[in-house]
Design a protein around this ligand. Sequence first.
Ligand code: TXA
Ligand code: MG
Length: 317
Amino acid sequence: MAKISTNISEAQALLEKGELVAIPTETVYGLAANALNTEAVASIFEAKGRPHFDPLIVHLHDKSQLDVLCQKIPDVFYRLHETFSPGPITYILKKREIIPDLVTSGNDTVGIRFPNHPLTRELLFESGLPLAAPSANPFGYVSPTTAQHVENQLGKRIPYILDGGPCSVGIESTIIDLSSDKLKILRLGGLALEEIEEITGKIEVTTHSSSNPQAPGMLSSHYSPGKKLMIGNIDELLKTHSGKSTAIISLSKTFEGIPIENQKVLSPSGDLKLAAANLFKVLRELDRENIDVILAELMPNIGLGPAINDRLKRAAH
Ligand code: TXA
Ligand code: MG
């Protein structure tokens, strides 16, 4: 069992000793280590069972720390940073030597994020450390959005979980590649594409797959729960799955003939931000239920809809 608490100095002391601490962010919980301590970073991969070809995001308090870690930072970074950071966006930038290769899986770029959670911001400020942190789940499983989610799966492997309550955004950050002249979105996430495009103009979204070396971690099965999940029109799916014990994930509708406890409505008012905040919790709940198949509908193609759909499709893989 990990200690679950809110003591910043205790978390800081562990990180300074090269130990792992799970940290709350507005997107999902991260599994953090001092990014400049190679041994500590190695133990992140070990605790998660994560392959070394999947690079980590480095979390910072302030952009004044950036010049030491990165180079050739383009102007567009500063425009995006001013509007969206701290917040659910990760910037891929050219790295400097000081960042261990293990953090970036040998890439000459590094993911940088300024998370927006008061506890973690205080920890970053007080310690002054750059924190390498992937989502705090075993490799291939849904990301955790509460301290208890982290405890359930990694509690035996880490000493401390900083408890910041449930994550307000609930899905991982949007990743934007600023390392070449052509801007690219590598992962849809907690910041809507439309908002980014207001600053950058139209931007290419490269969909991730196991064959895409640009985002080696974005394997298609990356968010899978243990249960079988089917996506489509729920009324149609219900016809073909009659007789099975089914559960449903919908944006706002409920359906007849399915026990109400097996119907997960992500947001009764159809609010996609709320739907995103509920998604991973719902997938975890259904994973524990005694059901054969989860039927899910796709969200509308606006705001956080595409990012939620991306996670549902990966879970269905
Ligand atoms: O919201 C988030 O981003 C959360 C919180 C904890 O900050 N973190 C997170 O980390 O989702 P992780 O490791 O589960 O996913 C980060 C993904 C990796 O799978 C990898 O594909 C991509 O970011 N990534 C990291 N560094 C990269 C790089 N240099 N080039 C391309 N992709 C990179
Ligand atoms: Mg992850």
